[in-house]
Design a protein around this ligand. Structure first.
Ligand SMILES: *Cc1c(COP(=O)(O)O)cnc(C)c1O
Length: 379
């Protein structure tokens, strides 16, 4: 089955009771048993819920994986993976990690005795330098936020195999439309379904996809034991969103290219970060592992003044200033004062996060309108 057909059909089937084409929202906490233990596979909705089961199957199919697990948020999905570890275990991750993941790793799990190495993972030598027998998890996020570095998933899989670690990939920015990490050697794929997967900025959810039966059992045990599961209504919304994932992603990519190219020739723009440019430092890796380059773009203004960036952000008509990304509507953000404000200014500048850096999540509106909006805001 090809991708678009999977997005619509995989994992879902008409309701056996009524023939309803769309997966019903099974808004129930429990299920009747004829006699103790005699039931239809559903006992309690933290453990199993039919709406969630269909979503889990759909997400797994899109990622060419065997098993899907849904969570109440992307963070709950990541938390479930870290709970596979023991004190003394080591994790390698990238130094421009999603802020929430960095917070979970350093504020929750470091005090419990897990050691984290944050290295520039687009340079695999930096990963090898800290990898060893204690490495139990390599956590990749690609492309990264907001500088759009691209990490080589297949190369990370080789390092993970060498030290007997699991490789997990946060695929939130790419979605399975752009890249399928399991095909590149990853053990676990993680999503904030909140973003492109659900795609309509109307729900918060997360997911994991794995191939290995034993790994699935361990994660499934944690999902039920720790209880960070989503409700059926939210599962329904994500299922509905997935049906247009391919169409939305196609337009996000087309609009992303148009916006990136417009910004690149703008006299007031100093630099544009977008992995589709052939002079992007990781373009070759991106071209190899991704099917297109997505709609996430960052840019820096000439002179690099924060006040100029804020003036642009205040003038936007369609690029609404808000946290989050991946919805049908275009969004803008200012990492230096929003998502990355807690990092000291000096350190921000060192990692290339300029004061005038603006991050765009390019939506699926008409590209002409988006470019007109950029033109009037940048001036
Ligand atoms: C949003 C996001 C998360 C966290 O997901 P939530 O659904 O907000 O909990 C993790 N990783 C990336 C890359 C994200 O963008």
């Amino acid at each position: 089955m090809k991708f678009a057909t999977k997005a619509i059909h995989a994992g879902v089937h008409p309701d056996p009771a009524t023939g309803a084409i769309m997966t019903p929202i099974y808004q129930t906490s429990t299920y009747v048993q004829r006699s103790p233990g005699d039931h239809k596979g559903f006992e309690y909705s933290r453990t199993h819920n039919p709406t969630r089961s269909q979503l889990q199957a759909a997400v797994a199919a899109l990622d060419n994986g065997k098993h899907g697990l849904a969570f109440a948020s992307g963070m709950a999905a990541i938390d479930c993976v870290v709970k596979l570890l023991q004190p003394g275990d080591e994790v390698i991750s990238t130094n421009d990690l999603y802020g929430g993941t960095y917070r979970l790793f350093t504020k929750v799990y470091e005090p419990l005795g897990i050691k984290f190495h944050f290295v520039p993972m687009h340079n695999m030598d930096a990963v090898r330098a800290v990898a060893g027998p204690k490495t139990k998890l390599i956590w990749v996020e690609t492309p990264t936020n907001p500088l759009l570095n691209v990490i080589d998933i297949a190369a990370a899989a080789t390092v993970a195999k060498e030290c007997g670690a699991l490789l997990a990939v946060d695929n939130t920015f790419s979605t399975p439309y752009l890249q399928t990490p399991i095909d590149l050697g990853a053990d676990i794929v993680m999503y904030s379904l909140t973003k492109y997967m659900a795609g309509h900025s109307d729900t918060v959810m997360g997911a994991l996809v794995v191939n290995d039966d034993e790994l699935h059992q361990r994660l499934s045990f944690l999902q039920n034991a720790c209880g960070g599961t989503p409700g059926p209504q939210d599962c329904f919304l994500v299922l509905r969103g997935l049906k247009t994932l391919h169409l939305r992603m196609q337009r996000h990519c087309e609009n992303g290219r148009a916006v990136a190219e417009y910004l690149r020739q703008h006299p007031k723009v100093e630099k544009v970060y977008w992995p589709g440019f052939d002079n992007h430092p990781n373009h070759a890796v991106a071209a190899r592992q991704m099917r297109d380059f997505g709609g996430m773009i960052s840019f820096v203004l000439k002179g690099d003044r924060q006040a100029d960036a804020i003036a642009v952000l205040e003038k936007f008509q369609y690029f609404t200033l808000a946290e989050s990304l991946g919805g049908v509507e275009s969004l803008s953000g200012h990492p230096a004062s929003m998502t990355h404000a807690s990092i000291p200014a000096e350190q921000r500048r060192k990692s290339g996060l300029s004061d005038s850096l603006i991050r765009l999540s390019v939506g699926i509106e008409d590209a002409e309108d988006l470019i007109e909006d950029l033109a009037q805001a940048i001036g």
